[in-house]
Design a protein around this ligand. Structure first.
Ligand code: C2E
Ligand code: CA
Ligand code: CA
Length: 630
């Protein structure tokens, strides 16, 4: 038989108890046999006395058997001996009517309690055969048993036998009661454990709120009620805005504390645990029944925004945490929870985009845009693995000496279905999804690798410029990424230039100062891209030792208009030269603009007038031909 560990233990317990009982009953029986044999001596019945006494002594064999771990054999020996003794007493006495035969019952009860069917059947068989033998010899007149008149001895024997039977029966009943109690207790424990497991499966362990699975059940009943009352059910998707920085700066305990507190605040708002759910890390969902108009859902969302944004206290520190909310309404936005949550989630992203700590309704037009974006972002992830990205290069021209003085690396995505996708489309998405970190690292590595090839081929006597997004500075360890790329390409740092926009410098953080100082000291060049469109704060330019200003194409392209853009360009060039900075104009499309820039003293220029961005092989030819021409 196979037992689970728990059943096995119970089984062992029961077995131990049976052995204990066997020994107890053995002792009681031996005492009873002693008493009966004394009584027999008193009555002058010496042969009975000797037999009974002998049996009592022989029964010590059972102790030995139990000691040798043959408890079943011991029990069998015990019961067979008793049966034989009782039968012998009956044979000696009044045959079938002998009181000794009462002892058969005790033997059978005990044997039954051992649970050994073979032994029970064997004993029963033995008893019946012995009785049949006695009955047969009586009937055939072979041997006649005397029916003695009842005396004190017979009476005492009956009493003793009854006491033994009674005690044995009581003990068995006790055992079964104990076993039943145990079972009831086990059952109780099982029920409690089952309840606990069910609760765990349906609730979030941290906040105790219903989890997604439970939310599904709650949604169904709320949805039914709303339907029958012809009302709308609002799905309010709540995403905390700044749990990550709290976790990062104060530790996860602080984050956990905030989550618990948010859960309590939401519960205090809904007053019903069925309407709140912790959906994921820092996401909660609130179901709002009784929605008549969008206005109702707006009011609810505003109140939740208010509640969540109240200060939190953690170890006497005041913490601020806001949330962004997306709302979907059923049935208009969907009838199943999955769809509704998806739409509320999209709306939530929209409210994150528009500055956080706000709420937005789901809107089909935004949805389409969002879905396109999401598919582009996942496409970009694949593109990185599948080598769909490549770098194009556009030459920079020295206006005074008319020679190539640099190359700008520009990223291209050759999408397998959509063809070339403009970086103006995918770079902002890469930035918002954080993918720019990996993508940017690929760009730096590939540009350095290519630059080293050209350097070794003698084509390169200028630097290659790589565009760096400010996200890369803020989130990535850009200094080590750049230094690693230079080292693994074995490219001397002065052949690398980083282009970034002014907005980065405005932040003026300690970390940025440090990062730029490291790269600067290695010999990497910097230039400010799209100059003139931002704050144009010259103080920063000096502080960060930027070498070059790239005048934004929007001014360059309108220089020949009367819009005053030529004046702006002129001012930038003059300012830069007085600060000792180089200027480069981008977006030069015609000879006139080139000539004008040259006359204004602009150092370098870049644009379709000379060349469009080209793949590496083409730009290589372009450079070689240029050398020949000049
Ligand atoms: P940007 O850094 O200002 O790059 C100059 C853009 O102007 C390039 O567009 C270039 O092809 C285009 N251009 C150059 N000369 C002319 C011209 O004469 N006329 C006109 N109309 N356009 C000209 P592109 O390659 O489409 O790149 C767009 C923007 O995407 C870049 O602007 C840059 O901000 C970003 N980008 C491109 N590659 C990368 C990259 O590897 N990393 C990062 N972070 N951003 C990149
Ligand atoms: Ca650029
Ligand atoms: Ca630019």
């Amino acid at each position: 038989m196979h037992h689970t560990p728990l059943q096995g233990a119970a089984h062992r317990d029961f077995h131990q108890r049976s052995i204990k009982r066997l020994i107890q009953i053995l002792r009681i029986t031996q005492i009873a046999l002693l008493l009966v044999s004394i009584l027999s001596v008193v009555a002058g019945n010496y042969s009975d006395a000797i037999l009974i006494m002998a049996t009592g002594i022989v029964l010590f064999v059972v102790d030995w058997a139990v000691y040798k771990k043959h408890s079943v054999a011991g029990a069998a020996f015990f019961l067979v001996s008793l049966t034989l003794m009782l039968s012998w007493l009956a044979w000696q006495g009044s045959g079938i009517r002998d009181t000794a035969l009462l002892g058969y019952c005790a033997v059978l009860v005990f044997s039954a309690s051992l649970g050994n069917k073979r032994l029970l059947v064997a004993l029963l068989g033995l008893m019946v055969s012995l009785l049949l033998v006695i009955a047969y010899v009586n009937d055939r007149g072979i041997y006649h048993h005397q029916i003695e008149p009842t005396n004190l001895l017979t009476g005492s024997i009956v009493v003793i036998v009854l006491v033994v039977v009674g005690m044995a029966a009581w003990q068995f009943a006790d055992d079964y009661r104990a076993a039943l109690d145990e079972l009831a207790l086990d059952n109780e424990r099982m029920k409690a454990a089952k309840g606990h497991i069910e609760h765990m499966a349906l609730h979030d362990p941290l906040t105790g709120l219903p989890n997604r699975i439970m939310a599904q059940q709650n949604f169904e009943s709320l949805y039914q009620t709303a339907q029958s009352h012809k009302q709308q059910l609002g799905i309010i998707f709540i995403d905390l805005d700044n749990l990550k920085p709290i976790n990062d700066s104060l530790g996860h305990q602080a984050g956990d504390q905030i989550l618990k507190e948010v859960a309590l605040r939401l519960l205090s708002y809904t007053k019903s645990v069925d309407q709140v759910c912790r959906f994921g890390g820092d996401e909660f969902i609130v179901f709002m029944p009784n929605i008549q108009t969008e206005e109702d859902a707006s009011t609810a969302s505003l109140e939740i925004l208010q509640l969540v944004s109240e200060t939190y206290l953690y170890r006497n520190i005041e913490i601020f945490c806001t949330c962004s909310i997306g709302i979907a309404l059923s049935p208009q936005d969907g009838e199943d929870l999955d769809t509704l949550i998806k739409k509320a989630d999209i709306a939530m992203y929209h409210s994150k985009d528009s500055g956080r700590n706000s709420f937005r309704f789901f809107n089909a037009a935004i949805n389409r845009n969002m879905l396109d974006h999401i598919s582009l972002i996942s496409g970009m992830r694949r593109a990185l693995q599948d080598n769909q990205f490549s770098l194009y290069y556009q030459p920079k021209i020295d206006l005074q000496q008319n020679r190539i003085c640099g190359l700008e690396a520009l990223l291209r995505w050759n999408h397998p279905e959509q063809g070339f996708i403009s970086p103006a489309t995918f770079i902002p998405l890469a930035e918002s999804s954080g993918l720019i970190i990996q993508l940017g690292e690929w760009v730096i590595n590939d540009a350095c690798r290519q630059a080293k090839i050209w350097l070794d081929a003698g084509i390169l006597d200028f630097s290659i410029a790589v565009n760096i997004s400010s996200i890369q500075f803020k989130r990535g360890n850009i200094d080590s990424i750049v230094l690693n790329a230079l080292a693994s390409a074995q490219l001397p740092p002065q052949f690398l230039e980083l282009e970034f926009t002014e907005s980065l410098l405005i932040e003026d953080s300690e970390r940025l100062v440090h990062t730029l100082a490291i790269l600067r000291s290695e010999g990497v060049h910097f230039s400010i891209d799209d100059f003139g469109t931002g704050y144009s704060n010259l103080g920063y330019l000096k502080k960060f030792e930027v070498g070059t200003l790239k005048i934004d194409q929007s001014f360059v392209r309108k220089m020949d208009d009367q819009t005053g853009d030529a004046a702006i360009v002129k001012a930038i060039i003059q300012m830069a030269s007085s600060l000792g900075l180089k200027t480069i104009a981008e977006g030069v499309e015609d000879a006139g603009t080139a000539a004008l820039l040259r006359s204004l003293g602009c150092n370098e220029a870049q644009g379709y007038f000379w060349a469009r961005p080209m793949p590496a092989a083409e730009i290589e030819n372009f450079c070689l031909n240029w050398q020949k021409i000049c």
